[in-house]
Design a protein around this ligand. Structure first.
Ligand code: NAP
Ligand code: MG
Length: 402
């Protein structure tokens, strides 16, 4: 059989621990037998980041901007404990995802992969809900202050023109805490573009929520920018029969719990942090959550939402069999291959990505799954909890049949 050809390389960002083991298995057993895989490879494993003084992470993000599509394995963000575990580290390197995001910009979209036998906590949900989280500013770039005597706090802006604006925050009679936060029109605008483009790409409705009834100027600006940017996309939305809808965050939550799912919910930074954990937990498993970074210029970086699954890796190192779920990693690859196929006009590559995902579903619906899913599966069928490798082997058989 002739392998499927690619014209532009995928930017491949390898990673750490159990997900690095899974990475190789997915490539060797599921992709390379069918695709003449072209990648530009960057090793973002912790030790290689250290050897290159993290230059490899920067280079990989630049390559993602150059070629347009990247696929990333989960990586370790070193903390104090990791510094002890890896004494060769010369610095406590920053989160690769943070570095990549600051170079590429854009918005992260997280979507659960759903199967009938994993029942969402919310009974009405029938289709996945995607969270789009604004990844700049608000409380994450805020300054705060504690004071312990009566007094008054002011907020002052000094313009480069020399113009000054000051407002009183509050007069207090005793100890108090204060917080000042900001956001940028440019960042809000690029968030809005990413959301509208993604909604068109996915052919799904877009919701955006904030609290502009209370935060009239701040959240009011978010609402106004979204409305303005929507004008550019209105016609495409109409053609596709999808809608844009703004509502208050509390109303969005109430509607979400009553909904069937199947839409994209754009959230401000903090709301997105909180809501994405609520959505992923309520859909069943972190191991079944995909994540894609989309820039306003239409560059994409695909990954699994979970980490490197350290606990399983240590069992693997001791020679034990693990039952680590590779589904989100496989979907990161299928997502990236499909997008590459779409951009390069390679129908074969796109249909291979579809087949790969179908082979995963064939396997799961045959009752073959990893332990994390077997534990929560609600089905009359017999369920077989298999090891990581056995699971990938069964997917490979199903894929071969397809
Ligand atoms: P994690 O790797 O997501 O794992 C947390 C726990 O969730 C696991 O111990 C496991 O539970 C379960 N789990 C997650 N993914 C699973 C899968 N595919 N299959 C089966 N079970 C799965 O998070 P963590 O342990 O907090 O973080 C480990 C490392 O990952 C850290 O160094 C962190 O910096 C990094 N991290 C990277 C990214 C990224 O690159 N995007 C994201 C998050 C964290 P049981 O042990 O109970 O089976
Ligand atoms: Mg969080």
């Amino acid at each position: 059989m002739e392998k499927i050809k690619m014209t532009t390389p995928l930017v491949e960002m390898d990673g750490d621990e159990m997900t690095r083991i899974i990475w190789t298995m997915v490539k060797d057993k599921l992709i390379c037998p069918y695709v003449d895989l072209k990648t530009e490879y960057y090793d973002l494993g912790l030790l290689h980041r250290n050897e290159t003084k993290d230059q490899v992470t920067v280079d990989s993000a630049k390559a993602a901007l150059k070629y347009g599509v990247a696929v990333k394995c989960a990586t370790i963000t070193p903390n104090k404990q990791r510094m002890e575990e890896y004494p060769e580290l010369t610095e406590q390197w920053k989160s690769p995802n943070g570095t990549i995001r600051s170079i590429m910009g854009g918005t992260v979209f997280r979507t659960p992969i759903t199967v009938d036998f994993i029942k969402p906590t919310v009974r009405t949900w029938k289709k996945p809900i995607t969270i789009a989280r604004h990844a700049y500013g608000d409380v994450y770039k805020a300054v705060d202050l504690k004071t312990d005597e009566p007094g008054e706090c002011f907020l002052t802006f000094k313009g480069e023109s020399g113009e000054e604006k000051t407002i009183s925050v509050q007069k207090v009679k005793g100890p108090a805490v204060w917080l000042a936060q900001h956001n940028l029109d440019d960042s809000i605008r690029s968030f809005a573009h990413a959301c509208f483009m993604y909604a068109i790409d996915q052919k799904q409705d877009l919701w955006f929520s904030s609290k502009d009834t209370i935060s009239k100027i701040y959240d009011g600006e978010f609402k106004a920018v979204f409305e303005e940017v929507f004008e550019e996309y209105k016609d495409r939305f109409e053609e596709l029969g999808i809608t844009y809808f703004y509502t208050l965050i509390d109303d969005a939550i109430a509607r979400t719990i009553r909904s069937e799912g199947g839409y994209i919910w754009a959230c401000k930074n903090y709301d997105g942090d909180v809501m994405s954990d609520m959505i992923s937990t309520a859909f069943g498993s972190l191991a079944m959550m995909t994540s894609v970074l989309v820039t306003p210029n239409g560059e994409y970086e695909y990954e699994a939402a979970h980490g490197t699954v350290t606990r399983h890796y240590y069992r693997y190192l001791k020679g034990e069999k693990t039952s680590t779920n590779p589904v989100a990693t496989i979907f990161a690859w299928s997502g990236a291959l499909r997008k590459r196929g779409e951009l390069d006009g390679l129908a074969d590559l796109m249909s291979f990505a579809d087949d790969l995902e179908k082979a995963v579903f064939d396997t799961l619906y045959a009752g073959v799954m990893t332990g994390d899913l077997a534990r929560i599966a609600e089905t009359d069928q017999e369920v077989e909890a298999v090891t990581t490798e056995e699971f990938i082997d069964v997917i490979a058989q199903r894929l071969a049949e397809r």
